[in-house]
Design a protein around this ligand. Structure first.
Ligand code: PEP
Ligand code: MN
Length: 338
């Protein structure tokens, strides 16, 4: 695994020669053109690559080994931020993106009501699970395809793109036909068959950190998706398991600046699952944006006491409107906009 740094004055034909050489050696070349110079990442075939020959080629400044186990996901490989565009929303740029909606799709009325309210408060995307990964088999499992249909209708009604979870590789085509973003949940972060399937889908993927996963495992999971051909991956910190029991999870704020340094992929935070408590959602959201997150995914319900899942961590629409305003102030303070 190596990176070839081209000279500033390298010509397009010298670049073509370098790429051709890499491919002749049975490897893949991954070009990343910056303002200053072009980098060529080499994705190997497991065998060592002859750096000396490359360094003697016209237009090549030097080569560098890639030290990280993740390649396509790493900043070494791809120094510039990746922007993921979904409708009018751009995740990973100057703007902070808010994704909001209930934990689960419950009915058309519920989704319409919440969708309209969160849009009004500044959300750029709508969330809602049609397939729910529940700890108990006796808990509500989601409306399935009926839920996807509701999401499709509310997307038309509000104009908000829809983010929804897919749990099985076989369902990726169906979910893709309704959703704008495919969510891979924390419990499925290392479901490699699922990562493979969403890697082949024509949709951006929101990849949530497993509740017991390290940064490197998260980035290697992203690497699976990228390596199957989908480069539109958004990472999400959603809290990890610790000994603390006052909160559902411990939101790992370190993950935000750490990931922003290690990878070019956008990073968002889920303060709802990260805390499990409604009253903590707004302050933790502010912290996430202050730490450099590119957006938030927040659970909102118009009647949290009646929600079929995660009512205790769901904001009411008014609470979400307050969050949106208060996060905008933090965004401005750190040079971002909403
Ligand atoms: C969700 O977003 O509704 C969800 C189930 O989250 P996680 O996978 O992070 O637990
Ligand atoms: Mn939930």
């Amino acid at each position: 695994m190596m990176i070839v740094i081209m000279k500033k004055a390298a010509t397009p034909s010298q670049l073509t020669n370098v790429v051709a050489h890499i491919e002749r050696m049975g490897c893949q070349a991954h070009i990343s053109s910056g303002e200053e110079r072009t980098l060529v990442g080499i994705i190997g075939n497991g065998r060592p690559f002859d750096a000396e020959h490359l360094e003697q080629m016209a237009g090549v400044e030097k080569t560098m080994p890639v030290t990280r186990p993740f390649k396509r996901a790493s900043r070494e490989f791809h120094p510039h931020d990746t922007l993921v565009t979904i409708g009018e929303a751009v995740v990973g740029g100057d703007g902070i993106v808010l994704i909001a909606g209930p934990c689960a799709v419950e009915s058309r009325e519920q989704m319409s009501e919440i969708g309209r309210a969160v849009k009004e408060a500044g959300a750029q995307m709508l969330r809602g699970g049609a397939y729910k990964p529940r700890t108990s088999p006796y808990s509500f499992q989601g409306l399935g395809e009926e839920g996807l249909k509701i999401l499709g209708r509310v997307r038309e009604e509000t104009g908000l793109p829809v983010v929804t979870e897919v749990m099985q590789p076989e369902l990726v085509p169906l979910v893709t036909s309704y959703a704008d973003v495919l969510q891979v949940g924390a419990r499925n972060m290392q479901n490699f068959a699922l990562l493979h399937a969403v890697g082949q889908a024509q949709r951006p993927v929101l990849l949530k950190r497993g509740m017991m996963s390290t940064m490197e495992e998260l980035l290697m999971a992203a690497e699976y998706i990228l390596s199957h051909g989908n480069d539109r991956v958004i990472l999400c910190e959603r809290g990890i398991r610790t000994f603390e029991s006052y909160t559902r999870n411990t939101l790992d704020i370190n993950a935000v600046p750490l990931l922003k340094g290690l990878t070019h992929l956008p990073v968002i935070v889920d303060p709802s699952h990260g805390t499990g408590k409604r009253e903590l959602v707004e302050p933790v959201s502010r912290a996430a944006i202050a730490a450099g997150a590119d957006g938030l995914i927040v659970e909102v319900h118009h009647r949290p006491e009646e929600a079929v899942s995660d009512g205790a961590q769901s904001l009411r629409p008014e609470g979400f409107a307050r969050l949106s305003e208060s996060v905008a102030a933090i965004a401005a303070a750190v040079g971002r906009r909403m």
